[in-house]
Design a protein around this ligand. Structure first.
Ligand code: FE
Ligand code: FE
Ligand code: ZN
Length: 288
């Protein structure tokens, strides 16, 4: 049997940069990791040659870290049809983020499809497709733009599998797209992973194709199914519970792709500061 490809979101900062990310993942017993190439909430980025990538990749090889996933910052919004400067910033940033992802050895750049900011899903999807086409027409990185399934809070695009399918249908190069299946978001979008795991995956397969899933975000949810909230809970402590999450992590159909935890850090006893990463324990728990 193949070894489970399982890791978590890790940081990238300080002098070590990417080497530090790999060491953090090693400390969790992971063999995969996900990084933001800078702060997730802004687009300030260091040049590629300051990320300490060679040392990080060399170390990753030594300690058996097999997959690196990059997550684009949240503020990239290609679905914004209202503010041209937001859209343009998104297009330019995404083009360069694909290059950074390739340099980091990542096959998949996870991207939130964005928000239609009140203009409606149709307008949002139209603008997103325009942006993806613009970026992919020029891009030679070979990295997949990996659209994340969203919880459907506010004006989020990608709130159900139909919307993801529509994006695939409309872009000029659907072969350059993949999907990041986030269990918390899928639950919050209204799909039943608890009592209808197979039905949910069959629905996705029908509309998009299970073979399009390139990354799984393994998160429990603080909110009930269909809440459209997007608050991650620790594994086994939310409305999804341990069993469906264990099941998707061990699902043979996803054996070849990285499974990434984005669960919240914990507080030390008597403190309200989140200083304790849960990943070592959760990785061990899920490996079972
Ligand atoms: Fe995400
Ligand atoms: Fe996610
Ligand atoms: Zn989320």
């Amino acid at each position: 049997m193949d070894e489970l490809i399982l890791g978590s979101h890790v940081g990238m900062s300080g002098k070590d940069m990417f080497l530090g990310s790999v060491k953090e993942a090693e400390g969790y017993g992971a063999n995969a990791l996900m990084v933001y190439t800078g702060a997730p909430q802004n687009t300030r980025r260091k040049p590629i040659d300051e990320l300490n990538i060679d040392a990080g990749l060399e170390y990753a090889k030594q300690v058996g870290i097999r997959e690196v996933v990059v997550h684009a910052p949240y503020i990239i919004n290609l679905a914004n049809s209202v503010k041209p400067e937001t859209f343009e910033l998104g297009v330019d940033f995404l083009a360069r983020e694909l290059e950074r992802s390739a340099a980091l050895g990542s096959k998949a750049l996870v991207l939130h499809p964005g928000s239609h900011v009140g203009a409606g899903a149709e307008a949002g999807i139209g603008k997103l497709v325009e942006g993806l086409d613009e970026v992919l027409a020029q891009d030679e990185s070979g990295v997949f733009v990996t659209l994340e399934t969203m919880a459907g809070k506010g004006g989020e695009v990608g709130r159900d599998f139909e919307e993801i399918a529509t994006i695939y249908e409309r872009v000029q190069k659907p072969e350059r797209l993949r999907v990041c299946f986030d269990t918390c978001h899928v639950n919050d979008a209204g799909y039943d992973l608890v009592d209808d795991y197979e039905g949910t995956l069959a629905r996705f397969d029908e509309l998009v194709g299970l073979d399009q899933i390139a990354v799984i975000h393994v998160n429990d949810s603080m909110n009930p199914r269909g809440a459209h909230k997007d608050r991650h809970a620790n594994i086994g402590e939310g409305s999804i519970g341990f069993e469906p999450l264990r099941r998707i992590v061990h699902d043979e159909r996803f054996a070849a792709i990285p499974k990434i935890l984005e669960t919240p850090w914990r507080c030390e006893e008597g403190s309200t500061k989140k200083t304790l990463p849960p990943y070592k324990e959760e990785i061990a728990l899920l490996r079972g």
